[in-house]
Design a protein around this ligand. Structure first.
Ligand code: SF4
Length: 265
C-alpha cells in the first residue's frame, strides 16, 4: 500500500561515518529485506515491513528551503530506506531532491540495491562530489530473491555498478550483511573487482531489535539445517566466525587491488 504523507523537515543530522545529513525520501521500503533493521530505528508501526510505503510528497519543497540556509555537508541519500525502491519510479522524489542538491552543490552519498539509479545518470554525472554505493549480499539469485525480494537482481546491480563507473560516477560497494555459511565472499569480490568501485565496505549481519525473527524465517525457508549455527552465532555471541571471514575478505581484496574497509562498529 502506498500512502502520501507531508513532512516538516527534510535533512536530519547523521552520526553515520562520513555523513553530515540524512535524507530519506520515503518511510518504509518496498525492498522488504529479511535482515532490515530500519523498522526499529524509525519505530515503524504501520504494518508488515515492505507492505506499506509512505511517500514524502512535499520533501522537495521543504528541502529547497533548507538548502538555502543549511551549512554545506555530505548528504546520505537513503539511510533508513532505499531511495530507488520501486515506488520511486512513479513519484521521482529522489530525482527531484537530487536536482536540488546539485543546484546547491551539496556533496551526496547514495546507497541502493536498485538499478533504477541508472535513470538519474544525467544528474549524477554533473555533481562535483558524489558517490554511489551498490549493496550486494550474495551472487546467488535464489538467496537474493528470498532475502531481498523487492530489490533488483544481482546481475542488474552489477550492471548498474559498471555503467556508473563507465560514466565517471564514483562508486563503492557495500558487501553486507555477510550471511554466515551463505555469502560467497570470494565470488562477490571477483564479480565486482573489475567494475571500478573505489572501495568496498564489509559488514556483518547485525541482529538488532526485531531483526532475528526475519532472519530466522529466511533461514527456515532457505536452509533449516543452518538454524543451529545461526543461533550459536547470534544468540551465543560466537565472534570467531566473522573474524575469520573478515580476514579472508581483506586478503582477497588486497590481491585484487581493491581498498577494503571492515565495519567494526
Ligand atoms: S533496501 Fe535497505 S531500507 Fe530497504 S528493506 Fe532493504 S535493508 Fe531495509
Amino acid at each position: 500500500m502506498i500512502k502520501e504523507i507531508k513532512i516538516k523537515s527534510a535533512l536530519s543530522p547523521s552520526k553515520l561515518p562520513g555523513l553530515d545529513y540524512a535524507l530519506n525520501p520515503y518511510r518504509g521500503c518496498g525492498h522488504a529485506c529479511a535482515y532490515c533493521y530500519a523498522p526499529g530505528v524509525i519505530h515503524w508501526d504501520k504494518g508488515k515491513w515492505g507492505e506499506v510505503v509512505e511517500v514524502k510528497v512535499n520533501l522537495p519543497r521543504i528541502l529547497s528551503k533548507e538548502l538555502r540556509t543549511k551549512k554545506k555537508g555530505v548528504v546520505g541519500l537513503g539511510t533508513v530506506t532505499d531511495p530507488y525502491q520501486p515506488v520511486e519510479k512513479k513519484y521521482e522524489i529522489t530525482r527531484r531532491c537530487l536536482e536540488l542538491l546539485l543546484m546547491h552543490d551539496f556533496p551526496v552519498c547514495i546507497q541502493t540495491k536498485s538499478s533504477l539509479v541508472l535513470r538519474d545518470m544525467d544528474l549524477l554525472k554533473r555533481f562535483s562530489n558524489i558517490e554511489v554505493g551498490l549493496t550486494l549480499t550474495s551472487l546467488d539469485e535464489e538467496v537474493r530473491e528470498k532475502l531481498e525480494p523487492g530489490a533488483s537482481g544481482t546481475q542488474e546491480r552489477l550492471r548498474a555498478l559498471s555503467e556508473l563507473s563507465k560514466n565517471g560516477v564514483s562508486t563503492w560497494v557495500f558487501l553486507g550483511p555477510m550471511m554466515p555459511y551463505i555469502t560467497d565472499a570470494q565470488a562477490l569480490v571477483d564479480a565486482i573487482s573489475a567494475l571500478g568501485p573505489k572501495y568496498v565496505l564489509v559488514d556483518r549481519l547485525r541482529i538488532k531489535d526485531g531483526v532475528w525473527d526475519g532472519v530466522k524465517e529466511f533461514i527456515r525457508v532457505f536452509d533449516p539445517g543452518l538454524l543451529p549455527a545461526y543461533e550459536r552465532l547470534f544468540l551465543g555471541g560466537d565472534v570467531a566466525y566473522y573474524n575469520e571471514i573478515f580476514g579472508r575478505i581483506t586478503k582477497i581484496c588486497k590481491e585484487r587491488g581493491l581498498r577494503c574497509e571492515i565495519n567494526r562498529l
